[in-house]
Design a protein around this ligand. Structure first.
Ligand code: AAL
Length: 413
């Protein structure tokens, strides 16, 4: 990044910033292939005072970045807390319940779908033919219902693993629900045996006329990894590559389909062959594939990847665009982003401690009124141990001031 200060009046100065890629500067260009932009930023007395900058003639690198931030209020900023559920979704020894779908409400009852498996995890050094390599290995998709969102009744199996030889014969997991024209769609991750380190993961789809099923599964995956990476050698090592390929050359994960702009946007997380650790941690990014029919075919956007970070997909429609919560991995983790077109996401807030693997509550009626409303309550999962995870409830609240106990409220804007 280059900064050029240009002369102006005493109380106002322009700072010209040439950038190729920045956090929080709003430099990204919409629907354009332009990679470099120049913009002038006015340094007013008000801005200097708000940022607490000592001298306009001695701007540190941090102050220059702060001056270049886009205008943001705190409406996208908030905090979360997590609570235990009751009934069948309370923690159960020996059982994995994780990666809850969104919550929907049908005929007065809440519904959620999730990955379920039993027994401990042995990892890749164990007997991969017979044991579990991950807690999400050997999973099926189960579902539960609730009257109040707190006490849940496990209703049973929704979508099982496929027959031996099918693309989903090893595990079906990390599902999301979409309702469109009285049909229910579950999309989910799939793995075919053997579950080794280099196995490619795909995405499957099932549909039903009722949330209670029966579910019909797609015969083929609806999304697969990019086929342009090249492994080096035969060893089961996912870091050894001759060519990494696209951001999703190894795995397509965490699928979530949203009806958007008359089409169906399938948001997903990509994992790349030869994944590396960068200054932001694991190299993990998101993509989108778009279809005219909920069953596909889904075509990957040429703008992929559409995020630089994020472990799970958590997306929702907001004010004509799409919101996205980005957690865990990458330099832009712990941010909430928004794209006016579902593709070009900008950072709207930087948050702490967001729950993992969120299942948003799609039944909330006021979710389009304020950005943080979508987090009023929903579901998440938590690790009890590395073997066993369970589903919990979260609630989120916008935060506008930081006060000590007994202190009067903030007077700031
Ligand atoms: C989850 C998701 C995917 C990963 C694993 C199971 O939280 O990101 O589903 O594969 O962890």
């Amino acid at each position: 990044m280059r900064h050029l200060l240009t002369a102006a009046s005493n109380s106002t100065r322009l700072i010209t910033i040439a950038c190729t890629c920045l956090l929080l500067t709003g430099c990204a260009t919409r629907e354009s292939d332009q990679t470099s932009t120049e913009s002038s930023i006015e340094i007013t007395d008000e801005k200097l005072d708000f940022l607490g900058i000592t001298s306009r003639d001695h701007l540190s690198a941090a102050s220059k970045r702060a001056l270049a931030w886009p205008d943001r209020s705190n409406e996208w900023f908030g905090e979360f807390s997590v609570q235990d559920l009751k009934g069948d979704l309370a923690y159960e020894e020996g059982i994995v319940r994780r990666d809850p779908s969104a919550v929907i409400k049908v005929d007065g009852k809440y519904y959620v779908w999730y990955s379920k498996s039993t027994g401990p995890t042995d990892g890749f050094a164990g007997d991969i033919e017979n044991d579990k390599v991950f807690p999400w290995d050997r999973c099926d998709i189960w579902y539960a219902t609730s009257e109040d969102g707190w006490t849940w009744k496990e209703e049973g199996l929704a979508v099982p693993r496929g027959e031996k030889g099918a693309y989903d014969d090893r595990s079906v997991f990390t599902t999301e629900i979409m309702v469109w024209e009285d049909t229910y769609y579950l999309c989910y991750q799939t793995v075919k045996s053997p579950y080794n380190v280099r196995v490619k993961n795909q995405v499957g789809l099932a549909w039903a006329d009722s949330p209670d099923g029966p579910w019909t599964k797609s015969e083929e995956p609806i999304l697969s990894p990019a086929d342009n990476g090249v492994w080096r050698g035969e060893e089961q090592n996912r870091f050894m590559v001759l060519k990494k390929g696209d951001f999703d050359s190894h795995k397509v994960h965490d699928p979530c389909i949203l009806p958007y702009q008359g089409k169906f946007y399938l948001y997903y997380k990509g994992e790349q062959m030869g994944e590396e650790i960068t200054f932001g941690g694991r190299q993990i990014r998101h993509g989108v594939a778009i279809a005219s029919d909920p069953k596909g075919p889904y075509v990957k956007s040429p703008y992929n990847p559409i995020s630089n970070s994020g472990h799970e997909i958590c997306v929702w429609p907001f004010k004509g665009g799409i919101g996205s919560l980005i957690t865990t991995d990458g330099p832009e983790k712990n941010t909430i982003q928004w794209a006016p077109d579902g593709i070009n996401f900008e950072i709207m807030s930087v948050i702490k401690g967001a729950p993992h693997a969120i299942g948003l509550n799609r039944s909330l009626e006021n979710a389009d009124t304020e950005p943080f409303k979508i987090f009023e309550w929903g579901l998440t999962h938590q690790y009890k141990t590395s073997d066993y995870q369970y589903i919990r409830r979260f609630s989120g609240k916008r935060k506008t001031s930081h006060t000590a106990r007994g202190e009067a409220g903030s007077t700031s804007k």
